[in-house]
Design a binder for this molecule. Sequence first.
Ligand code: GRF
Length: 201
Amino acid sequence: MKLAIFISGRGSNMKSIVQACENGTCPAEVVLVLSNNPQAQGLVFARSKGIQTCVVNHKDFKTKEAFEESILDAIDGIDIDIICLAGFMRILSAHFIDLCPCDSIINIHPSLLPAYKGLNTHQRALDDGKKETGCSVHFVTAELDAGDVIVQKTVPVKDGDTAEKLALRVLEQEHKAYPEAISLLAKRAHIDSPHIDSHCK
Ligand code: GRF
């Protein structure tokens, strides 16, 4: 199964997927890492692994439509079964999701969906006095953070937690949840996707 991973920054989830593919625990191959941020740290890791990378900077476009068209152009011709959003800080439109040639788009979200869609999930969980929180890998649909969940992992909220401490504890589980979700999808029905030449450098 061929994966494109979209990132915007650190890329630790991308790294965990690449490593799980390398050590054989995840039956997939990362064929592209795309970022909307030319400075994304994760790009450095991807390049060091010889993975094809591509930058489509949203700031270079006047409209979301033009930005997304450019992403579609960038992935056109690359054999991709699944797009994995991993800390990709742009919301993809229904138009992009419809036009995307791959089988599925999936995302990792730092909460136990359907709780805490959107941003600042850890602070919101703390403010609500939650005793546990976690992360979810889910299908991406036109509605934000609302697609079916593939894998969830829970973590305890501890006394004295801050949003930062909680984020680190959840992140450890994210690094397990994402490769697990991809492995589950790889076991699904046979995926058929076109082979065309790549445009990305
Ligand atoms: C993760 O916590 C992810 O759940 C959220 O953004 C963060 C990205 O981290 N959407 P990284 O770039 O994968 O290190």
